[in-house]
Design a protein around this ligand. Structure first.
Ligand code: MG
Length: 163
C-alpha cells in the first residue's frame, strides 16, 4: 500500500464577547480600544483559533480540553503561554509547522495596522518566518453581533509536516 504523505491540516475557530473597559488582546498584542474581549484567559481570539488549528491537525482535541475554563490556574492567563504549550505538544508528536493562515473578524478598531507586530510576537513562539504566518483582518459589515461590536471571532488553518 502506498504510504500517506507526512503532512496534516488543521482548522480552528474562536469567538469572544466584547465589553467596554476591558483590554483587547489579539495575536499577543494589546490594541488600544474602548472595548475588549471577555473570557477566562486574556480572551485572545486569534491565538485560540491558532491553538485549535494546531491541535486539530494532530487530532489532539481542542484548547478547552487541555486548558479548562473552569480551572483557576488559567484565569486571566496570557494566551501566548497556552500557544507555547500547544506548540510543545506538536513538537512532542515530531511535527513542525509549514504555515498558518488566519483571519480576524472585528468591526472596530482596525486590526491591519497591528498585524506586523502580531507576526513579530507569534513567529518566534512557533519557529516560523513572517512569510509563514499569514494574519488577515476584515469587518463584519456592521451586520449581526460582530458587526454591532458585541463580539470578535477568528479562523485559522495550519499545515504541519513530520519532522
Ligand atoms: Mg477563546
Amino acid at each position: 500500500m502506498q504510504q500517506k504523505p507526512n503532512i496534516r491540516i488543521g482548522y480552528g475557530f474562536d469567538v469572544h464577547r466584547l465589553e467596554e473597559g476591558v483590554p483587547l488582546w489579539i495575536g499577543g498584542v494589546q490594541i488600544p480600544s474602548p472595548h475588549g474581549a471577555v473570557g477566562h484567559s486574556d480572551a485572545d481570539v486569534l491565538i485560540h483559533a491558532i491553538c485549535d488549528a494546531l491541535l486539530g491537525a494532530l487530532a489532539l482535541r481542542d484548547i478547552g480540553f487541555h486548558f479548562s475554563d473552569q480551572d483557576p490556574q488559567f484565569k486571566g492567563i496570557d494566551s501566548k503561554i497556552l500557544l507555547q504549550r500547544v506548540y510543545e505538544m506538536v513538537q512532542s508528536k515530531q511535527f513542525g509547522i509549514v504555515n498558518i493562515d488566519a483571519t480576524v473578524i472585528l468591526e472596530t478598531p482596525k486590526v491591519n495596522p497591528h498585524i506586523e507586530q502580531m507576526q513579530k510576537v507569534l513567529c518566534p513562539l512557533l519557529g516560523l518566518h513572517p512569510s509563514e504566518l499569514s494574519i488577515k483582518a476584515t469587518t463584519h459589515e456592521k451586520v449581526d453581533s460582530f458587526g454591532e461590536k458585541r463580539a470578535i471571532k477568528a479562523y485559522a488553518a495550519a499545515l504541519l509536516y513530520k519532522l
